[in-house]
Design a protein around this ligand. Structure first.
Ligand code: PLP
Length: 333
């Protein structure tokens, strides 16, 4: 794979740690569960978008951009990391926020990631659910150009072949750490939202000769659509790195059974998973992404779909900043 030739800036603390979760493993009666700590990428409380942004921002700088335009939900971790990266690189940041949650609380609208976006001085504009964001981002790009600036658009979640390179690179890093520790994983588990993390991981693992299952727990309804999107992005990313065809259709497994009523809507299983992660391992999982993926992982283990004598690694994609915005939706006892 030709990652070395791709423009890249340094934003993340790498490599992120690979750790065991012995108390959670024991609580569930096996398997051995490991966590790849991409919640510790370092930029503005960390998360998975930082690895992607190393490549997206690398291309933006190579193209001489001075203004980054991107989009996300109101409590988007991607937007927060993009706003911080733009500050670090001396770029302006124009943000389109989508009102995706039905009855947002005051905390949801002003705390957590939104507070940090404002701290980083990003220019925030709010839009209704279902807006055509590709078109709206073009409108803003045109505004930037007409005032003499050079825009660069990063799609939601930085989920295009350029951003997905972050997770091709993460897969290679993870396999190397596993080898150093003498661990051979039977299952790879991630959260899947805008598809880039899952797609990049699949390309990196398959491209390195690892043929173990890679399961993505979706955070919105629409399992077939998401699975297809991950596959298509994996194909495009594979081509981009000069390894076309390295990912097969049945390499991509998505399960959206743990979404509950919808994106960002709390579920009991998520609540249990967030508390188990916190109280057994001292780790922060979030209500929107990693809490639901951990709930799915725990259920797979209880149902025997992940065998008790296997080794599983959970990619922790971050999200802690969002916890504060959802504080009133979690039940703590
Ligand atoms: C964005 C995000 C994800 C999903 O990653 P995608 O590449 O969009 O699928 C998972 N967890 C957290 C905390 C995120 O912010």
């Amino acid at each position: 794979m030709q990652l070395k030739d791709c423009p890249r800036v340094s934003l993340a603390h790498l490599p992120t740690p690979l750790e065991a979760m012995p108390r959670l493993s024991e609580y569930l009666g096996g398997p051995q569960i490991f966590v790849k700590r991409d919640d510790c990428t370092g930029l503005a409380t960390g998360g998975n978008k930082t690895r992607k942004l190393e490549f997206s921002m690398g291309e933006a700088i190579q193209r001489g951009a001075d203004t980054i335009i991107t989009v996300g939900a109101v409590q988007s971790n991607h937007v927060r990391q993009t706003a911080a990266a733009a500050c670090k690189l001396g770029l302006k940041c124009e943000v389109l926020l989508e009102h995706r949650v039905a009855h947002p609380s005051d905390l949801y609208r002003s705390s957590g990631n939104v507070f940090l976006d404002r701290l980083f001085g990003a220019n925030l504009r709010e839009y209704e659910n279902g807006t055509d964001f590709d078109a709206e981002m073009e409108v803003i790009a045109e505004e930037v150009r007409s005032s003499g600036g050079k825009p660069y658009i990063i799609p939601g979640g930085a989920s295009n072949p350029v951003g997905a390179l972050g997770y091709v690179s993460c897969a290679i890093e993870l396999l190397q750490q596993a080898e150093e520790k003498g661990i051979s994983f039977d299952h790879f588990v991630t959260t899947s939202g805008s598809a880039g993390t899952h797609a990049g991981l699949a390309v990196g693992l398959r491209g390195s000769g690892c043929d173990k299952p890679i399961l993505g727990f979706g955070v919105t309804a629409g399992q077939d659509i998401l699975e297809e999107r991950v596959y298509e992005l994996a194909c495009d990313t594979a081509e981009y790195v000069g390894e076309p065809g390295v990912v097969a259709r049945d390499d991509i497994l998505v399960d959206c059974s743990y979404v509950g009523p919808g994106y960002g809507e709390p579920t009991e299983a998520m609540n249990e998973a967030v508390l188990l992660g916190a109280r057994l391992e001292g780790l922060l999982f979030d209500p929107v992404y990693t809490g639901k993926a951990l709930a799915g992982t725990i259920d797979y283990i209880r149902e025997g779909r992940i065998a008790k004598d296997s080794k599983v690694v959970f990619l922790h994609t971050g999200g802690a900043a969002g916890l504060f915005a959802y504080a009133d939706t979690l039940t703590l006892d």
